[in-house]
Write a protein that binds this ligand. Structure first.
Ligand SMILES: [Zn+2]
Length: 182
């Protein structure tokens, strides 16, 4: 029986969790898969600090990948938080992140494609034409000479990256996606 852990075999999903939750994130997720447990139980089982487990759980909560039920312990009077996961939603979260990255890259491409750049011959400090002109074509860092630089390569590399992301967004096959290159 699949208890929901199959999704963790997707390298993109693993990378997402490692990036967002840190090393211990996957341990916490694995401990919570297919069941409900309190933060204290998980911390004890994994031998992790309670604060760390809570931090990870609340991060998951922020992404709506986990939820909790709060109950009051009648004996000790403390609140107890019982957690469970909603892992399948992670595919949506990853897609949303990609859409955001795509938007940023598109803006960057627009800027690169519509800007003429000059570059310092000493330290390769790059600067748009307008500012270079204002500064008499002298580098703001070292006063070196600024020369025209062709940014076609940067434009093409952005275009490639955008096409790759668009392709991934259109074909979100779990487990078959390449890990995002950032
Ligand atoms: Zn310079």
């Amino acid at each position: 029986m699949d208890n929901g852990s199959a999704i963790l075999e997707n390298p993109e999903v693993r990378q997402f969790f490692e990036e967002v939750l840190g090393e211990e994130g996957l341990k916490v997720i694995n401990a919570l898969i297919g069941r409900e447990a309190t933060d204290e139980e998980i911390a004890e089982e994994l031998g992790l600090k309670l604060n760390l487990v809570r931090k990870i759980l609340y991060k998951l909560y922020d992404y709506r990948l986990a939820s909790y039920v709060r109950t009051k312990d009648k004996d000790i009077g403390w609140y107890i938080y019982t957690w469970k996961l909603d892992l399948p939603r992670v595919m949506d979260v990853i897609q949303e992140r990609k859409r955001k990255i795509l938007e940023d890259l598109t803006n960057k491409l627009e800027y690169e494609a519509n800007t003429v750049f000059f570059e310092c011959t000493n330290d390769h400090f790059r600067i748009p034409y307008d500012i270079a002109s204002e500064r008499g074509f002298r580098c703001p860092q070292c006063e070196g000479a600024l020369e025209y630089i062709n940014n076609q390569e940067a434009v093409e590399s952005l275009e490639r990256e955008i096409r790759r992301l668009q392709d991934e967004l259109e074909n979100p096959v779990p487990g078959a996606l390449k890990a995002p290159r950032m």
